[in-house]
Structures are given as structure tokens and as C-alpha cells.
Ligand binder design. Structure first.
Ligand code: ADP
Length: 484
């Protein structure tokens, strides 16, 4: 490998199923997006292993679900401590395969660990209900039980956190868990499995299946009769397909799909704060997060003032390898991502948008796309209607509150939205009118294990994190006690 770990056992090269590692000769390459070097060759898992993993997870679920919640919690907490203990190595693996700056990678590992801690605690508070019955000889009781085997498919932009926040909730609820991480970033998932193993989490409870045939593995994970729930984070197109497949067996599903976040700056906003919020919400992870700002709406009265400050800040961003300490923007994940953003920019320029900054790759290499600002954008241009997933800001002017709310909502997506205002009446009005699952108000970073993460419209359904996060992994069972 082209990077150094203090614990080399964290670099695993094959799937983890039922407490065992499955390496082999049929391998695929894992690349460092910063320099296109192969950092590891990982064994493809065969479909027979997927089948076997499901059956074993079902068997393992019997004991895991019987275990008292506080005992399950102690396993999950041990896993959390191990992740924090190995945060430097985990962040190194993450940056090597995903590209984000090392400081952001460490942030992601800490964020992953925070979900383990949160759900270890929440798992102890799976309360039932007693409900007054209509007659004296009956009692109505509600208990909650784990749904069973949970399967998940996760993306490459948060190779650790997207797994942690599903697995933590599933395990705490008493479910067993199988994840297929993105084939672009399998190493972070496998390192988590190594630590789950060291934490003593019983075999079959947490499993990671890696392979390039996402379609075939996904088919088993969405259609298998012994899987009770399917949870997906990724693009809306793939999510729709997987939701359809899951419908064949009427599985419970959670979908965390794409976004098209508006970032609105009203004329009464603290402009400096708005500039900082826009920088973090747009350029974090090189713009490759589902809650990244996609469209920046600025009141025309303050547009030039905002743009001057914003352009100055964007031009200070340092692009380069995530391992370089000064770097704030890493590479895009691959050539496809670069081609996509180039085409979005070109189409929008043809329709009248202007480039104020950037707009092309840097000299550092073909995956390094320069931090970019586009102005004169209209809401119907491709750059405003599609998920950008690159360090490119699309700036749109507006004149009134009603106008900007209508524009912001004119998208099929409904994940995150942000706005800056100091008028309390406007804060309340706009918050209620924006059709999005999460709203940052005078705040550019909203993710938190204690808060419900999730979208509306075609951004999906289900909530991850918070006191609501366990609901997706639990059945409600009604007991009618009669003859009293
Ligand atoms: P992204 O744009 O984040 O790569 P994708 O939706 O393409 O979003 O990928 C998210 C996850 O979905 C990855 O783990 C990928 O391997 C998986 N995936 C992609 N296509 C399919 C498919 N047809 N069936 C099952 N999984 C898929």
C-alpha cells in the first residue's frame, strides 16, 4: 500500500461474513483518486457467499435479539471505543480510497463513532405502551421487536459513516446486519468489520460483503425472503430500482437518496456568516455530499457584496491530495464525476450562465476539479436542476421571499436546505415553507447523531440518527390481553 498504518491488520482484502474473512484470487482494484494508484486488490465475493451470509445472519439473530439491550450496548460501545482508538489509521484508509482531506476523514470517523455511542444508548430505551381498552376485561399492550435481518447498500462519499449510522441502529434494535459498501471504497467498511470482530460482536451479527457486481449482490439483498429490511444510501436512480426490487417481498425500506439543496441569503443576513456557511456546506468533501449546497440564492440587493466576499474565500481554498495538511479540497472520486460536472457547466454556460472562478481541472491531475463559482444561473438550467456533486457553486439572484421559496422548492428533491436571516418572523415562515427534510438556519453543517437525518419527495424516506432512528428497525406488536 502507498500509505502507512500503525496497525496493518486494519487493511483487509476480502469480505467479512459470519466472523470469517473471505479473501481470494478473483480481485478488483481499489484506487487512490488523487493519483490513480492501485492501493489494494480486494476479493470479489461470490453470490453463494451472499446467500450463506443471509442464512447465517438469520441464525445469529436469534441469540442477538434475545440478549438484553444493555449487553448489546456494551458490544456496540466497545466497537465505538476501538474506532476512536484507531481513528488515525481509519482516517488514513478513508483518505487513501476516497480522497477527502485527512482532517475531514478524521471528522467522519468521529462522526461514525458518535452513531455507535448514540444507538448503544438509545437501544436501552425501546419503550412499549399500554393503552386504555374499551372494556374492563381487556388490556391493550404494545411491544417493539427487531425486524430481523437488515441488508444495506452504501455509497463512496462517506465510506464509514453511512455504514455506522445504519449498523448502529440495527444492532442496537436487535437486528443482524449485512452491508455491501461501494466497490470504490470497500477498505473503510472492512476496517470497521475488523474492529467489530475485535469488539467481540458475535459472528453473523455484522457482515460486510464486497464486490464489483453491485447489481447481482443487490438483487439478493433486496429480494431474499430472509431479509426483513433494506436500507440504501445513494443516487435516486439506483434507489428507485432497489425500492422496486424490495417491493417483491414487501420489505421495509429506508432510502436516503440525492438532494438539491438551496442555500438562501436574505438581505437581512449576517453576510460574513453566510459566506462561511456557504463555503462549508458547498466545498466540504469537494462538494460530494448529499446535503451539499447545490443552488445559492442571493437577494439581488446584497448579491455583489456577497459575491465579492465569497469569491475571495473560494479562491483561498487549497486543492490537492487529502494527505497534504494545507489542503481543503481533495480530488473528485473518478473520471466519470469530472466528465459529469464538465458537461453540466458547459450546458449551463451555453444557456447563459457565467464562470466567475474555476471551471476546469487543476494542473495537479485529471480528478482535481478547481473550486468554481458560476453566476447568472437560472433555476431551470442543468447546473441548478441536477445534483452537482463537485466543488461548483451555482449563484442565482432573487428579489422577494415568495419568489425564492417557490424557486427553492422547484426540484424533485427534498433533502437539505439552508438559509440565512436574522428576522425571526422570516425564519419561522421560511422554515415552514421549504419542502425539505432538514433545514440549516444560519448554519451550514447540520449533521448530528442526535438529529433525524432524512429527506422528503424523491430524496427518500426513513430517518437515521436521533430518537426516531430506531423506528425503522422495529416492528410494533399489539397484544390484546382478554378474559380478565
Ligand atoms: P453514487 O452516485 O453515490 O455512486 P450509486 O447509487 O451509484 O451512487 O451507488 C451507491 C451504491 O449503490 C454503491 O454501493 C453501488 O455499488 C450501489 N449500486 C449501484 N448500482 C446498483 C444496482 N443496480 N443494484 C444494486 N446496487 C447498486
Amino acid at each position: 500500500a502507498s500509505f502507512k498504518l500503525s496497525d496493518n491488520q486494519l487493511l483487509k482484502l476480502g469480505s467479512y461474513s459470519h466472523g470469517q474473512w473471505h479473501e481470494g484470487n478473483d480481485c478488483f482494484d481499489v484506487m487512490n483518486p488523487a493519483n490513480h494508484q492501485v492501493i489494494a486488490q480486494v476479493a470479489n465475493c461470490h453470490l453463494a457467499l451472499v446467500e450463506q451470509t443471509v442464512l447465517n445472519a438469520k441464525t445469529a439473530g436469534k441469540d442477538w435479539q434475545q440478549m438484553p439491550a444493555n449487553e448489546r450496548a456494551s458490544f456496540i460501545k466497545r466497537w465505538q471505543s476501538l474506532m476512536l482508538e484507531h481513528i488515525d489509521d481509519l482516517a488514513t484508509i478513508l483518505t487513501a480510497e476516497q480522497g477527502k482531506p485527512l482532517a475531514e476523514a478524521k471528522g467522519e470517523i468521529a462522526y461514525s463513532a458518535s452513531y455507535l455511542e448514540w444507538f448503544a444508548e438509545e437501544g436501552k430505551r425501546i419503550y412499549g405502551d399500554t393503552i386504555p381498552a374499551g372494556s374492563n376485561d381487556k388490556r391493550i399492550i404494545v411491544i417493539k421487536q427487531p425486524v430481523g435481518v437488515v441488508a444495506a447498500i452504501t455509497p463512496w462519499n462517506f465510506p464509514s459513516a453511512m455504514i455506522a449510522r445504519k449498523a448502529a441502529a440495527a444492532l442496537a434494535a436487535g437486528c443482524t446486519f449485512i452491508v455491501k459498501p461501494s466497490e470504490l471504497t470497500p477498505l473503510s467498511a472492512l476496517a470497521m468489520a475488523e474492529l467489530a470482530d475485535r469488539a467481540g460482536i458475535p459472528k453473523g451479527v455484522f457482515n460486510v460483503l464486497v464486490g464489483t457486481d453491485a447489481k447481482a449482490i443487490g438483487k439478493v439483498l433486496t429480494e431474499h425472503n430472509d431479509i426483513a429490511k433494506f436500507s440504501f444510501t445513494g443516487s435516486t436512480g439506483v434507489g428507485k430500482l432497489l425500492a422496486q426490487q424490495s417491493a417483491l417481498t414487501v420489505k421495509r425500506i429506508s432510502m436516503e437518496l440525492g438532494g438539491n439543496a438551496p442555500f438562501i441569503v436574505f438581505d437581512d443576513a449576517d453576510i460574513d456568516a453566510a459566506v462561511e456557511g456557504a463555503i462549508t456546506s458547498k466545498y466540504r468533501n469537494a462538494g460530494q455530499t448529499c446535503v451539499c449546497t447545490n443552488r445559492i440564492f442571493i437577494d439581488n440587493k446584497i448579491k455583489e457584496r456577497f459575491l465579492d466576499k465569497f469569491s475571495e474565500r473560494v479562491s483561498q481554498l487549497v486543492i490537492g491530495s487529502g494527505f497534504d495538511k494545507e489542503v481543503s479540497v481533495g480530488p473528485l472520486i473518478n473520471q466519470q464525476a469530472v466528465t459529469k460536472i464538465e458537461s453540466l457547466i458547459q450546458q449551463s454556460v451555453e444557456q447563459g450562465a457565467q464562470l466567475r472562478l474555476g471551471g476546469q481541472c487543476s494542473e495537479l491531475g485529471s480528478n482535481f476539479f478547481l473550486p468554481t463559482i458560476m453566476t447568472n444561473v437560472r433555476n431551470d438550467m442543468p447546473i441548478a436542476q441536477q445534483e452537482i456533486f463537485a466543488p461548483v457553486s451555482a449563484v442565482i439572484g432573487f428579489d422577494s421571499e415568495d419568489e425564492v421559496i417557490a424557486l427553492a422548492n422547484q426540484t424533485e428533491y427534498g433533502l437539505a436546505a439552508y438559509f440565512y436571516s436574522r428576522d425571526i418572523g422570516r425564519v419561522w415562515r421560511v422554515s415552514e415553507c421549504l419542502e425539505f427534510g432538514m433545514i440549516g438556519i444560519n448554519e451550514g453543517i447540520i449533521s448530528n447523531a442526535a438529529a433525524p437525518f432524512g429527506g422528503i419527495k424523491q430524496s427518500g424516506y426513513g430517518r437515521e440518527g436521533s430518537k426516531y432512528g430506531l423506528d425503522d428497525y422495529l416492528h410494533i406488536k399489539y397484544l390484546c390481553l382478554g378474559g380478565l
